[in-house]
Write a protein that binds this ligand. Sequence first.
Ligand code: SF4
Length: 698
Amino acid sequence: PGDSADFDEEVKSVCPFCGVGCQVSLKVKDGRVKYVDGIDGPANEGRLCVKGRFGFDYIHHPHRLTKPLIRRADAPPKGLNVDPGDWSTHFREASWDEALDFAASGLKGRGREVAGFGSAKCTNEEAYLFQKFIRQGFGHNNVDHCTRLCHASSVAALMENVGSGAVTATFNQIENADVAIVIGANPTENHPVAATYFKQFAKRGGKLIVMDPRGQALKRHATHMLQFRPGADVSMLNAIMHVIVEEGLYDEQYIQAMTENWEAEKAHLANFPPEKMAGICGIDAETLRAVARDFATAKAGMIFWGMGVSQHIHGTDNSRCLISLALMTGHVGRPGTGLHPLRGQNNVQGASDAGLIPMFLPDYQSVTDDGVRSAFSEIWGSGDWSSEKGLTVTEIMDAVHEDKIKAMYILGENPAMSDPDVEHARDALAKLDHLVVQDIFLTETANYADVILPATAFYEKTGTVTNTNRQVQMGRPAVAPPGEAREDWAITTELAKRCGLPWDYTHPREVFAEMKSGMASLNNITWERLEGEGAVTYPSLSPEDPGQAIVFGDRFPRAEGRARFTPASVIPPDETPDADYPMILTTGRQLEHWHTGSMTRRSKVLDAVEPEANCSLHPSTLRKLDVEPGGHVRLTTRRGSIRIMARADRAVAPDMVFVPFAYVEAAANVLTNPAIDPYGKIPEFKFAAVRVEKAEDE
Ligand code: SF4
């Protein structure tokens, strides 16, 4: 921290990166953010990670879009071929009126030919308006966002078995737990401030059980580290639950009072003795038994999971197992217990809550329910729209290839980097006859745009966001947007008017008020409260209640108030290694870079620490390949091939390669498999068959 002479103004807001939702104090001088401190938010209690503390300067980067741009008539063919610092050969500047008229002219009246991707990086109000724009403006539900690439399968399993897609307890509840499982998550890199609570828990004697095919820093604090075979999650978790049944360690009273379908689950688990599963999951039977006993006999246990669980074609089954494990041990609904999928983006929880998904309206109310649709038609003051569930992120790209979707509005998402088998997505973007992109930088996706609308960064806007803990928090503007950039809600509103919708919003607080009329989860949470208190957790039971950190103590939001056991069978990965592609590819994030890198690679400190595309291989694998650490390898799958710098990393198994997906010059998603989980429709980013070779000289 500096002293008050270093800045003119101090503004409280929320970190724009991960779902932890750390509250920050932005120190502003001469219209620029000078530095950032953590403040006493409910999730972070003053703590920040390297991204929150040093990663803010992307907002002042010279690549920021400052004027609307329209593709030039003489531009080269669409492709990944635009320099984000010098786009003049492809685009020309336009006035807002011209750009909005042009954007609307390619969308208006086209019904099912239009689809939209909104953003988990924007506010709740902006997510709400975006889904409303597609539904009210075009009469269907073809609207989605990056939750489809993140926790969609976790939400599918939670909705099915618990009746709610959000966490049952805040991650901070770990301070009341005796045992905690962290599976398929790497919190020290991806939820770093949450990880500090996990480490403190272990330091005071809590039993920390880490399960991940890749080693990680949290391993040093773990009572047990289960480095299981990739894709063997269901075998391992069912074996652990088998022991709990076999040794009579389950909570009979809880099961009888709070759940259904137990007998079916119990019978199913008989097929998974640990002695039989050990060879499949790579964890010896004694360890599986020890973990089962530790978790089941604890007074209070929590389960945290990340995309290592969700990004599989069996992602929903993985989550079903975790839900069953918590239910059979009665570890839900009390202090120190709970199910917690660690949400990724800063507002992926809020964007999903706000209905930015093709199957649900706000508050997960089904689009197939006539009563729900008519209630929203009344709130929105206009007629009905399709009762058919809409297409998801990857299905929309397929529909473009099939000529069913011809125009898109993409706000703050970067499918030209984030989609699996990304060349398929890039070809789809190039094929569209009208693409409107709204963003703060000329992203890889904007390379394919017909019109680009310059938007504001989070520290330039007003609005609410909801973190992984269900905490709704107020974001406040610290600096003015550059040039003519505008807030996303204002741009969507102008576009909606030009598409003939009767919208007249003049401030996000009006949008929030409208959301409240259709979202019971926001009961007792007002804009004024959020301005005053900074954060309120939903559900909040009264205007004075700061919100419920733990839910479902006495009933679940399902029929008869009971949660459900859904047995999960083993489904192998879509693609398994063979002679041509003998190794396993897995992808993920790094501490310093956020998702597709559009922000963090434009942050001086973060880019200086981690400037080059890299992958991780076991030292023995590098030796076999005759590649020195820091040398280059070529990775090839059935989708494509990249050349990339290789690091030696003992955390990665000898038959595996880990590739972060933030780097356009060696994009991991050129390689990934687009096969999807049938329930959550999430791609299998965590497993593909790959060939690794020493790279040719450049
Ligand atoms: Fe931001 Fe997440 Fe780091 Fe907190 S943990 S400072 S929210 S990136």
